[in-house]
Structures are given as structure tokens and as C-alpha cells.
Write a protein that binds this ligand. Structure first.
Ligand code: ATP
Ligand code: MG
Length: 448
């Protein structure tokens, strides 16, 4: 006879998320990592929708997975992203080489080229979604993170460069951030490819003279991508970087005029900025205007938003040549900043919590709550367990924890009179009032 194992089955092992990839959870769920909650996230998204609408930008979605070649060709082979940060894999079904998108611009340009979208004129676009980079996870730096991405395709003038920057400022204002204090603007001009080439030659000559001070990474970059040396955060190299030839001194007349026009537009609305000649950005596709919005509140992950002009990319990815400008905003970073500054989500929480004493007939309650919601009132119904709704005391506790401003008490006596009691959960002194069940629209607004 076989002896069966009568012991309780072993508890299944809990699975956890991939390192550097996070759940964005409601504030009521206790979290170990310091990450923004989903309420803040949704408020941010609603502010974004408002701002994008006011500037006439249209929403689009593109796939998260794209051909690897798109990013190799689009971002540049010797950029940090392509060299060491991409999640690339071979599709086991058909051998295709694919990549989880590390940024949004290349995919949007691919989509616009594929659909000949610029044929009818320029386009203003925006999207929000996850991006993937294999970096060392830390505060403000993750392997899956989210970006708001804004692109204006087919516009050549400095007006739209300024528009991009001002749109970001409009978003800061909507979110309660103060520019100059919480976020600062840095701008630079990268000029045109020929001007950059002359500068690059000068840089190679300069850094070759100082080769002994360069770290290993920079020695390697000296002949692949010397511009990236300027981006190095190695403290031992800061002095030699400071003395390097500045691109701004190699700009021709047209590039200078473009940059001056952007600055004049910012000056006209009183937006302060710092011209940072060392601002180069991580992708190869940029030319002319580049900009970053930075904060001092997030340690070394201080860039919340970065972008610029990329006039060559559309043609480089096989489209009819057309200029373009755009920016990417790191949502986790920005929301961490809002948390750091204790910015509060306006209007968070429900308007009312419906308390349903044991024995209350459910149909009367449901009918009233549905009418309230039709009037736009945000109302949470207390829902009980299999053994009933629970005591009044425990229901009031839940009502308080919900953050709702009012409690609706559906007591048997009140219902018998055709009424419901409304009690403020904020003002303990305020008297309870009785409202008629047969005239909900007449008093619904008083709960909002
Ligand atoms: P950094 O220099 O901080 O690595 P980046 O230049 O690589 O930033 P972009 O490619 O310009 O960043 O992306 C735009 C924005 O996306 C950044 O300014 C930042 O706010 C956010 N971002 C970039 N990488 C990450 C990441 N790994 N985790 C969270 N946010 C990120
Ligand atoms: Mg980076």
C-alpha cells in the first residue's frame, strides 16, 4: 500500500516583478519602494491632455516592440542606448530581430513615414507609454519607465522650438511647479552636421592632447563619438572638459539666427533659461536647438524633460526629408519631484461614502446611488462580506479612510420617511441633514 502525503500542499512560491520594472499602485497599497501612486499619475495624465489640447497636439499610439534596425539606424550605433541599454531579442517564431523601444521618437517617425502622414502637411503629435532601457536601477532610473513624448513634424522654424519649450512650462504651471525654482531650463544649439564636423575635428585634436586625463570610456569615445566625452560625469575629467572647444563658436550665420530667434521668443514671455554649451543629449539625431528641464531635487537623476530638433531623422529612416522637433518627459521622475515638493492632487478622493446599516433594503440604496452618479457625484458604496455589511462603527471607519467628504447614511428610519441622512466627514460640528430620496438631482450638487 502506498502512503499518501496527507500534509497540506506546499504554498506556491510568490512571483515578483522583473528588477527595475515597477507596479504603479493606488496610494492605499503599502509600497516598499518610493514610487509615485496611481492617483498622482492619473492627475498628471489629465493635466497633459488639457495642455496638449490647448496647443493643438493630436494623440497617437505606436507599438512597444519595433525592429531592432529602427533604433540602430535612428539613434546611432555608438550611443549608450544602442551600445548597452536595449532589450533586444530574436523572435523565436520567425527569427526577426526585435527591440523593446528605448524611446518614442524613432517609432513615431517610422509610423509617419510608413503612412505617408506628412503628405498633407505638418503634424503635431503626442503619446504616453512605457520605454525600456537596461540601466542600473536607482531612484529615478528604472528599466521600464514611462515617457510623455511630444513631436512636431514638418516644421522648420524656431517658432515651434519655442512652442515645445513653452508647452512644457504650461504643464509645470498646471501641476503647481514653479519654473526657475523647482525646474530650470537649459538650452543649447548643436548647429548643423557640417558645423558639428568642424567642431568634432577640433575636439579630437584637443582631447588627443589631453589623452592622459581621459578615462577608459572616453579614450574609446575619442575616435567613435568624441562629443559624448563632454557628457561624462567623471569628476576627474571636468577641468579638461571645461577647457574644450565649444560648438557654439563653430556655428554659422543661419544656425545662430535660429538659436537667437528661439531665445527671443522665450525672452518675450519672460521665461528664464541658461545657455549650457555642454548640453549635448544622448541621441545622435539632434541638430540646432536642444533643451533640458532640470531639477536639483532628485540627485543625479535631475533631468525631467529633454528634447530638441532632429531635422535629419525622417529622411535617415527612409522618409521624404522633413524637419522635426520634439521632447521626452520622464513621468516617474517628474512625479517623484511632485512628491518631493508635496504637491497635492486637487480633488482626490470620493465625494461621498454610502453607509448601509444591516437590514437596509439594497434596492432603495442602489437606485439613489445610481442617480447621484448620473449627476456626476463620485460615490463609493459600502460593500459587505458574505455575512452582511458589518457594524456601523466599522463602516464609518471605512468612510473616513476613503477620504470622502460626506457620509450618506441609509438608516431604516430615514428610508421609512423617504429620506437619507447626509453627514460631513470633514466638519464634525456640522449638523446632519435629511435629503429626499425622490428628488436626488435637487441636492446632488451639494455633495460635490
Ligand atoms: P539620463 O541622462 O538621465 O540618462 P537621457 O538623456 O538618457 O537621461 P532621454 O533619452 O532624453 O534621457 O529621455 C527623456 C527623459 O526620460 C529623461 O529626461 C528622463 O526624465 C527620462 N528617463 C530616461 N531614462 C530613464 C530611466 N532609465 N528611468 C526613468 N526615467 C528615464
Ligand atoms: Mg540615459
Amino acid at each position: 500500500m502506498t502512503t499518501e502525503n496527507k500534509a497540506a500542499p506546499k504554498k506556491a512560491e510568490k512571483l515578483v516583478a522583473v528588477k527595475g520594472m515597477n507596479d504603479i499602485l493606488p496610494a492605499s497599497v503599502p509600497r516598499t519602494e518610493k514610487l509615485p501612486d496611481s492617483g498622482l499619475w492619473q492627475w498628471f495624465e489629465s493635466c497633459v491632455r488639457g495642455v496638449m489640447g490647448r496647443y493643438g497636439y493630436q494623440y497617437l499610439l505606436t507599438p512597444i516592440v519595433e525592429p531592432t534596425a529602427l533604433f540602430v539606424r535612428g539613434l546611432g550605433e555608438v550611443t549608450d542606448i544602442v551600445e548597452k541599454e536595449m532589450y533586444s531579442f530574436v523572435d523565436a517564431m520567425n527569427g526577426d530581430r526585435l527591440t523593446l523601444r528605448p524611446e518614442a521618437t524613432a517609432g513615431i517617425v517610422r509610423a509617419m513615414n510608413e503612412h505617408n502622414a506628412l503628405y498633407n502637411g505638418p503634424l503635431r503629435l503626442w503619446t504616453i507609454g512605457p520605454m525600456f532601457r537596461h540601466e542600473r536601477p536607482q531612484k529615478g532610473r528604472y528599466r521600464q519607465f514611462h515617457q510623455l513624448d511630444v513631436e512636431a513634424l514638418g516644421f522648420a522654424g524656431p517658432d515651434v522650438d519655442a512652442e515645445m519649450i513653452l508647452m512644457a512650462r504650461a504643464l509645470w504651471r498646471e501641476l503647481g511647479l514653479v519654473e526657475g525654482r523647482d525646474v530650470r531650463l537649459e538650452i543649447n544649439s548643436l548647429g548643423e552636421p557640417e558645423e558639428r564636423k568642424q567642431h568634432r575635428d577640433a575636439l579630437v585634436a584637443y582631447f588627443s592632447q589631453h589623452a592622459a586625463t581621459l578615462d577608459e570610456d572616453s579614450q574609446r569615445r575619442l575616435h567613435t563619438n568624441p562629443l559624448r566625452i563632454l557628457d561624462s560625469k567623471n569628476p576627474a575629467m571636468q577641468a579638461v572638459i571645461e577647457g574644450a572647444p565649444k560648438l557654439i563658436d563653430f556655428l554659422g550665420e543661419a544656425s545662430r539666427a535660429h538659436f537667437d530667434a528661439v531665445k527671443a521668443a522665450l525672452d518675450a514671455v519672460g521665461l528664464a533659461y541658461r545657455v549650457n554649451p555642454r548640453l549635448v543629449r544622448g541621441m545622435d539625431y539632434y541638430n540646432l536647438t536642444v533643451f533640458e528641464w532640470v531639477t536639483d531635487q532628485l540627485g543625479s537623476q535631475g533631468t525631467v524633460c529633454g528634447g530638441g530638433r532632429y531635422d535629419g531623422l525622417i529622411a535617415q529612416l527612409g522618409g521624404k526629408p522633413a524637419p522635426a522637433v520634439g521632447f521626452g518627459l520622464g513621468i516617474e521622475r517628474l512625479l517623484l519631484l511632485l512628491q518631493e515638493l508635496q504637491v497635492k492632487v486637487p480633488d482626490a478622493g470620493a465625494d461621498a461614502y454610502a453607509i448601509v446599516p444591516p437590514g437596509t433594503p439594497l434596492p432603495a440604496v442602489v437606485a439613489v446611488l445610481e442617480q447621484l452618479r448620473e449627476c456626476g457625484v463620485r460615490v463609493v458604496q459600502h460593500a459587505g462580506g458574505a455575512d452582511g455589511p458589518g457594524s456601523m462603527k466599522s463602516q464609518f471607519k471605512k468612510a473616513d479612510a476613503s477620504g470622502a467628504r460626506h457620509a450618506l447614511i441609509f438608516g431604516a428610519d430615514e428610508i421609512a420617511q423617504g429620506k437619507v441622512a447626509v453627514k460631513s466627514l470633514r466638519d464634525r460640528e456640522a449638523a446632519q441633514v435629511l435629503q429626499p430620496l425622490d428628488a436626488v438631482p435637487a441636492w446632488a450638487a451639494s455633495l460635490r
